[in-house]
Design a binder for this molecule. Structure first.
Ligand code: ADP
Length: 599
């Protein structure tokens, strides 16, 4: 997304959004600004006191008592100035951290509720970037810029008011550069916003590249693609470097311009004040007070420019965060939730079609009935639509036309939460969290489970013995900081998890290709135990695992091309018989080789 216009960046919506975001923290910000006001007042008071001392007290040979009193007043004002500056900084930092924490939590919570479609279209690195770097830019925005805005208004108003009291003409001549400064600042604001957004986008590309490479490190190494990946990373990094350089160049151009203008204003102000003092239009005390106070109107003016420019990062980052937040969440709880005891699990597809993107249908007119407690095995080449078909059941995606019912009620009428609670999924490569094995088994079960239940399900999944062989048993950590489980072991942990969840409907991907024969038999037995009495959809990769299914469905290009039992299908000419013959040939060849090796 490129912004060609300032209005795209500084939209009223974004500003309103930022204001809404500060809900609950606004009072603290007001307190912070109030503290700043007090500190500004006492600092200006110091200069006015100085004026009094020089103009009225010193010429009249004051007593040492009077001087001591002035001394104490100066110390008192210094303490008040310092104390309240500290209080305001502290309040601002606390609220900025609080806001960033809230924003991070909101974002995380929101991302957890975004639909599959959103995740399909959004690279992970992009989301990571928005949760980290963009939130951080907003934290700085609230810690520095928002409080700076208050500081600028308070310091400027207090000091300019004091200067007006000294001399209105001088006050006018002290703020000549404001229009120029604001103009330049907005010019840079626009430039920097555009470049900063491009920079953040590139940083997200880099994060995605890094994240994909780290997750897919095995594939990269297996295909010896390191050089290619390194080159690709370097290219993206080069692009980030270029954009970073542009960003720094813009800042580097802005600062000197604003500094030169501010210094110019200070010299002009001091010069005019000096001339006025010589011409006796201004007293000596007033000149000294002015010399102090001009710093505190130059400072806000200079910081106004800085604020405008730095706000660009905060506002752009806010826009990026808001883009995520405004995505609609999946409505998990809308819909009916019949009592689980009444759920039978009969699934009926009637002329169901589905398209991920409108116009490109992936499933065409699916008709399929799976009676409660029975099993359907789906067979077909890669890309034939097996995964897409089963993904309609938990409503990861909603079918585009036709009718899909569970126990006679249209699937879209059930709440997603209900469906997902009652559908268990064992994926081909289950994802395990970097937590203990126990936590992985009980993950998502949604109820208190006893130790006995956990052990029983692990036993039924044929993983109990393996778990006990680890020194820390069920408390063993999985993942980088713990044990690395094999594909087959992960699958059995997932089976144990699903057994514990005890769903009415099952979706299984029975790929057991990465395991040895014995493990395969164990997994198959565990899967069969899992399937007893549940409506099951099995994505099958091998003939052996479909033979026991109540119904076999062969898919091709998003259509069902054959259906029936193993004995029926073996009689028909078609894909099923071809696959069967091919796998039988391969397996008998394998058997022969094995017996050769054994003999
Ligand atoms: P199978 O499980 O039989 O290998 P899939 O259901 O994964 O097949 O894929 C069916 C078709 O849908 C393929 O053409 C695939 O490219 C497409 N497809 C799968 N997932 C998505 C997605 N998230 N977005 C767009 N198209 C997809």
């Amino acid at each position: 997304m490129k912004h060609d216009d300032l209005h795209d960046i500084l939209t009223p919506n974004r500003l309103r959004g930022l204001w809404r975001l500060m809900r609950g923290y606004r009072l603290i910000y007001i307190a912070a600004s109030f503290s700043l006001g007090i500190s500004a007042l006492s600092r200006t008071g110091t200069y006015l006191l100085l004026q009094k001392l020089i103009d009225d007290v010193i010429p009249n040979t004051p007593t040492s008592g009077t001087l001591l009193l002035f001394g104490l007043a100066f110390v008192g004002l210094a303490v008040v100035t310092g104390g309240f500056t500290f209080i305001s900084g502290n309040l601002a930092a606390r609220t900025a951290e609080g806001l960033a924490r809230r924003l991070r939590n909101t974002l995380f919570d929101h991302i957890q509720h975004l639909p599959f479609r959103y995740h399909d279209a959004t690279p992970t690195g992009e989301l990571i970037e928005r949760c980290t770097s963009d939130v951080d830019a907003l934290r700085t925005f609230f810690a520095d810029q928002v409080i700076n805005a208050g500081q600028i208004v308070v310091l400027f108003s207090v000091n300019i008011a004091a200067i007006i009291i000294l001399s209105p003409t001088l006050a006018l001549r002290s703020v000549l550069i404001i229009p120029l400064l604001v103009g330049i600042s907005f010019f840079f604001f626009r430039r920097i916003s555009i470049i900063y957004e491009a920079y953040q986008e590139q940083e997200a590309v880099l994060s995605t590249t890094l994240q994909e490479n780290l997750s897919g490190v095995r594939v990269v190494k297996a295909f010896a693609r390191q050089d290619f990946e390194i080159q690709k990373f370097e290219q993206e990094n080069w692009e980030k470097y270029q954009r970073g350089r542009k960003l720094i160049l813009m800042h580097a151009l802005f600062w000197p311009s604003s500094d030169i203008l501010s210094s110019f204003q200070m010299i002009v102000g001091l010069g005019i004040a000096a001339l006025m003092t010589i011409n006796t239009e201004l007293s000596l005390g007033s000149y000294v007070a002015y010399a102090g106070m001009i710093l505190w109107i130059i400072w806000p003016m200079r910081n106004l420019g800085r604020l405008i420019v730095q706000m660009s990062s905060g506002i752009v980052s806010f826009g990026r965060v808001k883009d995520v937040i405004k995505e609609s969440r999946e409505q998990m709880t809308v819909g009916i939730e019949p009592p689980v005891e009444n759920l039978h699990g009969e699934i009926r597809f009637k002329n169901v079609s589905f398209a991920y993107e409108s116009g490109t249908e992936v499933l065409h007119g699916i008709d399929l009935v799976c009676p409660a407690g029975k099993s359907v095995a789906l067979l077909g080449t890669t890309g034939s639509g097996k995964t897409t078909l089963v993904n309609l059941l938990p409503r990861f995606y909603d079918y585009t036309s036709g009718s899909l019912t569970l126990d006679g009620i249209e699937l879209k009428e059930y709440s997603k939460e209900f469906l997902r609670r009652n559908i268990g999924i064992v994926e081909q490569e289950p994802f395990l969290f970097s937590r203990t094995i126990r936590e992985n088994i009980t993950h998502g079960v949604g109820r208190e489970v006893s130790e006995d239940e956990i052990i029983a399900s692990a036993k039924a999944a044929a993983i109990h013995e393996t778990i006990l062989s680890f020194p820390q048993g069920y408390e063993t950590l999985v993942g980088e900081r713990g044990v690395t489980l094999s594909g087959g072991q992960k699958q059995r942990v997932a089976i144990a998890r699903t057994l514990l969840k005890d769903p009415r409907i099952l979706i299984l991907d029975d790929s057991t290709s990465s395991v040895d024969m014995l493990t395969e038999l164990e997994i198959r037995a565990a899967l069969e135990r899992l399937m007893i009495g549940r409506t099951s959809f099995v994505i099958a990769h091998r003939i052996q695992s479909v033979m026991n299914a109540d119904q076999i469905v062969v898919m091709e290009n998003g259509k069902i091309v054959q259906r029936g039992s193993h004995t029926d299908l073996i009689q028909e000419s078609g894909i099923y018989r071809e696959i069967h013959q091919m796998q039988t040939v391969i397996e008998s060849a394998l058997e022969e080789e094995l017996s050769d090796v054994r003999s």
